[in-house]
Design a protein around this ligand. Structure first.
Ligand code: C5P
Length: 141
């Protein structure tokens, strides 16, 4: 069915990180049971709160979800995607992060996995995350 691009909608800004390790692998987390889209693998991140910059939101989300510390000056914009989410429309901004302090820990997620972009295609991901795989792969090539 064609998307109705004229329909009014509320935008939901969401930020996420491609945390890249020294071997070119990227960290994905699995959404836990009981949450929307449970079982899907996503780039760690979440909603930008009112009054917050996207970079600050990303640093906060990474601290909350993975218990790592990231310098906001070290997050690099990479690519974005958008997807309908019920009545709203999610705008997902993906940043590359390759410097952090601490060992990522699954605080909310049911699992973490370090995967190469080519391997991500085999994992079920939320609709806004999936189109970012190819864009990220190109940026990392
Ligand atoms: O994690 P949080 O509830 O703050 O995420 C806000 C919304 O963004 C949720 O609907 C979640 O499914 C979506 N999201 C996403 N991809 C991500 C992170 C969050 O689609 N990588």
């Amino acid at each position: 069915m064609a998307k109705n691009l004229e329909a009014p909608t509320t935008l939901l800004p969401v930020v996420a990180a491609a945390l890249v390790d020294g071997d070119g692998r990227v960290l994905l987390q699995r959404r836990p049971p009981g949450k929307a889209m449970a079982g899907l693998w996503e780039f760690p991140g979440g909603k930008v709160e009112p009054g917050e910059s996207p970079e600050r939101a990303l640093v906060r989300e990474l601290a909350e979800e993975l218990e790592i510390v990231v310098d906001p000056a070290c997050v690099r914009p990479a690519c974005f995607a958008s997807a309908a989410l019920g009545e709203r429309h999610l705008i997902l901004l993906l940043y590359v992060v390759d410097e952090w302090t601490g060992e990522p820990r699954a605080v909310e997620a049911s699992g973490l996995a370090w995967v190469r972009p080519a391997e991500m295609r085999a994992l079920p991901m939320p609709p806004a995350d999936e189109p970012l795989i190819d864009l990220l792969a190109r940026l990392m090539a």
